[in-house]
Design a protein around this ligand. Sequence first.
Ligand SMILES: NC(=O)C1=CN([C@@H]2O[C@H](COP(=O)(O)OP(=O)(O)OC[C@H]3O[C@@H](n4cnc5c(N)ncnc54)[C@H](OP(=O)(O)O)[C@@H]3O)[C@@H](O)[C@H]2O)C=CC1
Ligand SMILES: CC(=O)[C@@H](O)[C@H](O)COP(=O)(O)O
Ligand SMILES: [Mn+2]
Length: 426
Amino acid sequence: MNSAPAMTPDLDRATRDAPRSLVILGSTGSIGTQALDVVASAARLARPVTDAEHPPFRVLALAAGAGNLELLARQAVDFAVAAVGTSGTADDAARLRELLAARTRAASSAALPEVFHGPEAATRIAEWNGTDVVLNGITGSIGLAPTLAALTAGHRVALANKESLIAGGPLVKRAAEATGLADALIPVDSEHSAIAQTLRSGTAGEVARLVLTASGGPFRGMNRAQLADVTPAQALKHPTWDMGVMVTTNSATMVNKALEVLEASLLFDVDLERIDVTVHPQSVVHSMVQFVDGSTIAQASPPDMRLPLALGVGWPHRVTGAAVPCDWSTAAQWTFEPLDAEAFPAVELMKRAGSLGGTWPAVFNAANEEAVHAFHRGELGFTGIVDLVERVVGDHDGVREPTLEDVLEAERWARAHAGERISRGR
Ligand SMILES: NC(=O)C1=CN([C@@H]2O[C@H](COP(=O)(O)OP(=O)(O)OC[C@H]3O[C@@H](n4cnc5c(N)ncnc54)[C@H](OP(=O)(O)O)[C@@H]3O)[C@@H](O)[C@H]2O)C=CC1
Ligand SMILES: CC(=O)[C@@H](O)[C@H](O)COP(=O)(O)O
Ligand SMILES: [Mn+2]
């Protein structure tokens, strides 16, 4: 049984009008700040509830790292949350409390939110009582524990943190099924949101193939020799999306698309062999479904994450005015070209790791995270990122049906092994 969005969601008025209580993890990042923007804009649009086209949203709790405590405090007071978490230290928590107290006095708000800190803080926040939807916008497979915790608490998860599904695919799916919710995992990743929307017009048996679009990143058209010398600054110049460092670098190497192919397979129960990638530099068509009769249905909108974010937290309801639509009064061109698998081998590599399943995808992702950090520290060249992932995956003696502890152990091994190879220079 698939726990991803139903093909024909129930659009009844009762679910539409019921207030949605949200928890936002990674609130200070690209996804988190845009999600809060969606909530604030939806509130400004508010009409009498009976006329509303989306459920009213309420933010119960936030979590982030320790990189931007001032923003976290501001968000917590602006949205009057009950709890806030930082992955930082006790000192960070003390600083956060000070910032909250100062802002609360300035805003004449009565109650200070409860503060959690440390590596488990996001997990505690993900379990917050009374939550309907947890938006996971943390970067990296560190997001796995909060995803599992949210589902185990019976909360729906709007998933931007694709790494938690890559690292813990079967575990996350089992936890999603155990919620008993029809749509326990709502994709926020733009391609997967596009597919979920497209699947509303068909049944699972009618699906022939999924086609994921890729922008091609900043290095589209370059060959492997040209890629050898590109710099971190060049890798961070994404042509169409403004995102965090990890996902932007992953777009440049095509590791992002590799992760997304497996993400699609897990979310929609479609074999990896039936998932294609096409390079679409405009990032307006966000993905497509090809049906058994030869029909292809695509979802299109200018590149703006607020659309999939709004649908993710409002699912199955659309939020009026969430994003600007395509402008059909001006000329536009949408182009599609095949992926150059020689220059960008990540997708093929993930198809091999994904077919092995078990702990191999977790190792792929963990090795990549280490390689990306090393690239930005200047310790690894650009093509070295995917080369390193290939070597670490090749060296892995994996577990086919892993427990959570097996996944975490495989990740620890992959990070250490990648680190050794980076320091040895191969
Ligand atoms: N940005 C985008 O448009 C898209 C992103 N995604 C996916 O969404 C996820 C987030 O990406 P993005 O928003 O770009 O990343 P960012 O780097 O911009 O933001 C990451 C967020 O995670 C927080 N964080 C880091 N570590 C922890 C932790 N241990 N516990 C809690 N919070 C933590 C950071 O806090 P702080 O920095 O304050 O320390 C920050 O709020 C990724 O999985 C990405 O692949 C998917 C599609 C599009
Ligand atoms: C917005 C979003 O979903 C990103 O994951 C996006 O897909 C990145 O662009 P690429 O297509 O270049 O990987
Ligand atoms: Mn994406």
